[in-house]
Design a protein. Structure first.
Length: 201
């Protein structure tokens, strides 16, 4: 009986060891799979890449963003990027305006929750966002003509001086304005179709 018990204990020892080895390799493989998932799936999601449905290369035509983007510069549009990313001040965005065949490329100067108003200084109307006069890339304040001032004043008055959720102040880089928020007012998120990435010149 003693020998029998000894053999049973010996077999039990190796059976338990085998289980532990298998468990160790199972956990090792599971951890490796999780790491790969984190890098390629979660990492892409956190960076916004998981939202991108399509990309396209476009050639800039026109000078409304001169100083930031020049005529004939190449840019990449990331379609779907803003489905899981916030539009931020400073972003370059593609805006689908009316029935134009190609979108407008503009820079974001105000987002939902920002305070904005119009102020007259030295016989010129300027846009104030969160207490600061907004300026273009050359540090020149945007100047509104009567038409632009009247259009933006409707939004200032209608929303009590606060940009509403999912609405944006988007402008070119021309101080006197272009086909941008000085022309059509605040832009809705539904019409911002892509994030614009500047290609290195």
């Amino acid at each position: 009986m003693a020998a029998l018990n000894s053999n049973l204990g010996y077999s039990y020892y190796f059976s338990k060891r085998s289980i532990l080895i298998r468990l160790f390799f199972f956990l090792l493989i599971s951890f490796s799979v999780f790491q790969i998932y984190s890098i390629f799936v979660v990492g892409n999601f956190l960076s916004g890449e998981a939202c991108i449905k399509n990309t396209g290369e476009y050639v800039v035509r026109g000078g409304s963003l001169a100083g930031i983007l020049e005529d004939q510069d190449k840019v990449e549009l990331l379609f779907g990027y803003y489905e899981c990313n916030n539009v931020k001040v400073g972003d370059l965005v593609a805006y689908q305006f009316a029935n134009r065949s190609t979108p407008l490329i503009k820079k974001v100067y105000g987002v939902g929750g920002d305070r904005f108003l119009l102020k007259e200084e030295n016989n010129a109307w300027h846009i104030i966002v969160n207490g600061d006069v907004i300026k273009n890339s050359q540090n020149i304040p945007f100047v509104l003509n009567d038409s632009s001032k009247n259009i933006l004043a409707l939004y200032v008055d209608g929303y009590h001086g606060i940009i509403p959720h999912d609405a944006y102040l988007i402008l070119g880089n021309v101080p006197e304005g272009s086909i941008d928020s000085t022309y059509f007012g605040l832009a809705g998120k539904q019409d911002i179709i892509a994030k614009v990435v500047v290609r290195k010149r």
